[in-house]
Unconditional design. Structure first.
Length: 334
């Protein structure tokens, strides 16, 4: 994102998958019920894998077991249309797998997501190396349909499946000294062509961070799935952050380490271009990127004749986070 404003979306009207591909709730319940009962998949699921190349059976067991009791549409985006699955999984930023929007879909399949471990350390009462399965044990799944606004000027609406970050923080017991949370993405050069290529702008691992009160905000979310299924690798499997009021680069993918710290962590994009990408990165139409305006966004999918440009909203429309930034100069703290 440092280098250029991306060319127009590669999405074309012809790529837009029929609405049926994001399963209706009722169809979905039928699928998950059948999975739970070990029955043959109904037609809807077969259609999904045919159109999208996704095999729903690839989900780990813990995910399949939690799915039937997921709380659907716990948060919605009102009447805003959900981005088709095809676009959300083929127009991605995940530099570990390459810098073109299609690279993650082409290359992230190589990432081995099972088994997966997450180190929790720093200012916590319960540090340790957790298997993802153990980490997930206390948490039910809920669906949250969030807007995602990339700093590059495009946006999507994605139905995530996961649980609040606040629940995980409670689980690991931050100490009284903890003031920030630092997140790290996996580095596996043999599975990540973007890391291998020596793309030198990024000093791997990809690192992100939050103030502890931001991390504890009820909207901050850890996702393990989307569109009623397990997360595809290109979207940050098996565990990624989703912070709907911040620019997309804060929503770090494929997390292997979560550290509670006293000092503000140095984040990847701040390290590369501190005048362009700040620590806070709250969506704000009045604070332009030094090289482009942030007043508007292209809601994907668009087309040459229907670019779908809409106004950008402060905090991406999530006004409930405003109290986190009371008295702060949002221009100085971009
Ligand atoms: N590890 C890692 N996390 C990352 C990125 C990345 O390059 N590496 N890109 C970020 C950016 S710029 C965006 S916009 C979102 C995109 O998420 P999506 O591909 O699931 O839509 O992921 C974010 N998380
Ligand atoms: Mo982004």
């Amino acid at each position: 994102m440092l280098i250029k404003i991306p060319a127009a979306s590669r999405s074309h009207e012809s790529d837009v998958t029929p609405e049926s591909l994001y399963l209706s709730r009722r169809a979905f319940m039928a699928v998950s019920g059948a999975l739970a009962a070990g029955l043959a998949l109904p037609v809807t699921a077969a259609e999904i894998s045919r159109y999208e190349g996704v095999d729903p059976a690839k989900a780990p067991q813990w995910f399949t077991e939690k799915l039937p009791s997921a709380q659907w549409q716990a948060i919605t985006a009102g009447d805003e249309a959900t981005t088709p699955y095809r676009d959300a999984t083929h127009y991605n930023n995940f530099y570990e797998f390459g810098t073109d929007k299609g690279d993650p879909a082409s290359n992230a399949g190589a990432l081995q997501t099972e088994p997966w471990q997450v180190v929790v350390d720093g200012e916590v009462g319960k540090p340790g190396t957790y298997s993802l399965e153990d980490l997930m044990k206390p948490h039910g799944l809920e669906e949250r349909i969030y807007r995602l606004r990339c700093v590059e000027g495009w946006s999507m609406v994605i139905p995530w499946l996961g649980f609040p970050l606040a629940e995980l923080l409670k689980q690991v017991e931050p100490s009284a000294q903890a003031r920030y949370v630092r997140f790290e993405t996996r580095v596996a050069p043999e599975q990540m062509p973007g890391v291998r290529s020596g793309f030198t702008l990024v000093n791997w691992p990809y690192v992100e961070g939050l103030r502890l009160d931001e991390a504890a905000h009820p909207l901050a979310f850890l996702a393990v799935g989307m569109y009623g299924r397990v997360l595809p690798n290109q979207n940050g499997a098996p565990l990624r952050l989703v912070l709907p009021w911040k620019y997309g680069f804060k929503s770090i993918k494929s997390i292997v380490r979560i550290s509670l710290t006293r000092e503000r962590p140095k984040t990847t994009w701040e390290g590369i271009a501190p005048d362009e990408y700040g620590f806070y990165a709250n969506v704000n139409p009045q604070v332009d990127h030094p090289r482009w305006s942030q007043a508007k966004e292209r809601r994907l999918p668009g087309s040459l004749f229907r670019p779908n440009v809409i106004p950008t909203r402060l905090f991406n429309g999530y006004d409930e986070v405003a109290s986190l930034y009371g008295g702060m100069d949002l221009k100085a703290n971009y």
